[in-house]
Structure formats: C-alpha cells, structure tokens
Ligand binder design. Structure first.
Ligand SMILES: C[S@@+](CC[C@H](N)C(=O)[O-])C[C@H]1O[C@@H](n2cnc3c(N)ncnc32)[C@H](O)[C@@H]1O
Length: 277
C-alpha cells in the first residue's frame, strides 16, 4: 500500500539534496529545476520506477539523489531498487557518491561518462531518465543522443522518461518534441504518456519556459532490435549545447572538494572590529 507523502518531510529532504548540489555551468546547459518542482518530480519518478533498476543519463538536477534519499528516509515507501547516474561532470558524480556514502544509501551510485562515447556498460537497467541539453539549436539532436544512451542502458527494452522543453508560444520546443518522438519510434519506442508543462527552472533569459515529462515505452520484443553502442558522429554534435557551441570537453573535473551548502572563502572578506585587525 502506498502511504500518503508527508509534504514537509519531502520538502526538507529535497532541501538537503539541493544544499549538496554543485552549481550549474551554463555553457553545458546545466540549468537547475526549481525546488518545488523537484519535490513533485521525485514522487513521479519513484512511482514510475517502483521496483525497477533506473539509469540517469546526466543529472545535474539531482532528482536521482532525491528519489534515493526520500526512500531511505521513509518519506516514500516505494521507488527503484537501484539508481545509477551517468554524468560527464565529476562534481556531480562525486556529490552523488559522497551523499550516498554519508547517508548510507546503498542503492545509489554514479559513474563518470560522456554520452558522446559508446555506452560503457552491458544493458542492465529497466528504465532510464534524462533531462538533457534541450536541443533548441539542433532540432533536438542533443536530446536524441541522451535518449539513445538511455535506450542502450535498458538494452532497447524498457521505459524512459525524457524531460524536455514544452511551450505553446515558441516554435522550437514543438520541433524538438516531434524529433524526439520520431527518433524514439525509429528505435522501437512509442510515446506512452506525456505530462505537459510541469517544471520551471532557474533560467534567467527565459524564466517562464517549462518542461514536460515525455514517457516512452518499448514495443514488445524490441530487444531483438538492439544495436551495439557507438560513439556519436561529428555531424550529430553541431550546436550541441546551443548555437555554435560544439562539445570540446570530455569531462568536467572537480578541482577541490567543496561543501556546496556553505559560503566559499573567496566569496567574501571580513572587515574586523577595531582592536581585532
Ligand atoms: C545538460 S543538463 C540539462 C539541464 C538539467 N536541468 C540539469 O541542469 O541537470 C543535464 C546533465 O547532463 C550533463 N551533461 C552535459 N553534457 C554531457 C555529456 N556530453 N555527457 C554526459 N553528461 C552530460 C550535465 O553535466 C548535467 O548534469
């Protein structure tokens, strides 16, 4: 039986995760989801992936950590049995690992991986989640590459949740949605559900732009269509992170271990009281 979620406990647990989250690098399209929406998204993901092994293809938002932590704290009495985060940002990977270690969350882990490269593991997940670069300048090709890695992670058989832009007023999100749905269909996945205009972001140049949850499911017997994972071709990388922003970076490295919830020494200086200078 699913218990009613206690909202105060859920918000406070998500707040712990947000404190631990590395700050976003805009040049790689890292733009964090707003905290209230993270709370609801966490419940949606835990419900959808209940009893399953879940792979995150990129997760700067830290929805993976929220899901695992709310399960661990008993705020949610349902959710995935295993959560693995694949991200090219070592700060994110280490933040997930440290959090899992500190809170003794055994079913949460992370691995450094750039999705331009072939998927590094044999398929062993039941479902995938991705909130990728939204592909505004390449007709969704960046989304398609992240979705492809998710499809490879589940061995072409399973479920996916793709979180991408959704807006009635602008043209590109509609083009991207159509492109991603076509790409998924070509790989034996159909759109099984769509939750529209659900999440807001800390996006200063377009604070009203929302994203949807696009759910895809494999057609029966689709694992027979599984193709080996290959590195992405150069043509697919044009405008990957936005106009003229091709990927040049393999990994974002963590320079020093930071406590993200506390002010850094280089952010402030102290003017001492008289007699203490
Ligand atoms: C591109 S952001 C999209 C916005 C999302 N709301 C966020 O900030 O997480 C999603 C995640 O993808 C990761 N990412 C970006 N480029 C990547 C790549 N080439 N390979 C793997 N992960 C990547 C980022 O580090 C980030 O954690």
């Amino acid at each position: 039986m699913r218990e009613q979620v206690d909202l105060r406990s859920a918000v406070n647990a998500v707040s712990d995760v947000v404190q631990n989250r590395p700050r976003p690098l805009r040049e790689f399209d890292q733009i964090h989801m707003k905290t209230g929406d993270m709370v609801f998204q966490t419940e949606i993901v835990a419900d959808w992936a209940d009893g399953k092994r879940l792979a995150f293809i990129g997760d700067g938002d830290a929805i993976s950590v929220c899901v695992a932590y709310l399960q661990k704290r008993g705020v949610l009495n349902f959710g995935p049995t295993k959560i693995m985060v694949f991200d090219f940002d070592e700060r994110t990977v280490q933040a997930v690992k440290r959090f899992a270690d500190r809170e003794r969350i055994e079913h949460l882990d992370a691995e450094l991986y750039n999705c331009l490269e072939a998927f590094p593991q044999a398929p062993k997940y039941d479902c995938f989640y991705t909130n990728p670069p939204w592909g505004a300048s390449n007709n969704g090709e960046s989304v398609n590459l992240f979705a492809q890695r998710g499809i490879e992670a589940v061995g072409f058989e399973g479920e996916g949740m793709i979180v991408i832009a959704d807006d009635d007023e602008i043209a590109w999100p509609k083009e991207v949605l159509a492109s991603v749905q076509g790409f998924s269909r070509d790989r034996g996945f159909y759109v099984s559900r769509m939750q529209r205009k659900l999440h807001a972001y800390h996006l200063d140049d377009n604070p009203d732009l929302k994203s949807c949850n696009l759910f895809v499911s494999s057609l029966p017997g689709n694992s027979a269509n599984a193709a080996p994972s290959e590195p992405a071709s150069r043509e697919r990388l044009i405008n990957f992170y936005g106009k003229s922003k091709e990927p040049k970076v393999r990994y974002v490295r963590e320079r020093k271990r930071l406590d993200y919830g506390k002010a850094h020494e280089d952010e402030y200086k102290l003017d001492l009281l008289e007699g203490f200078e």
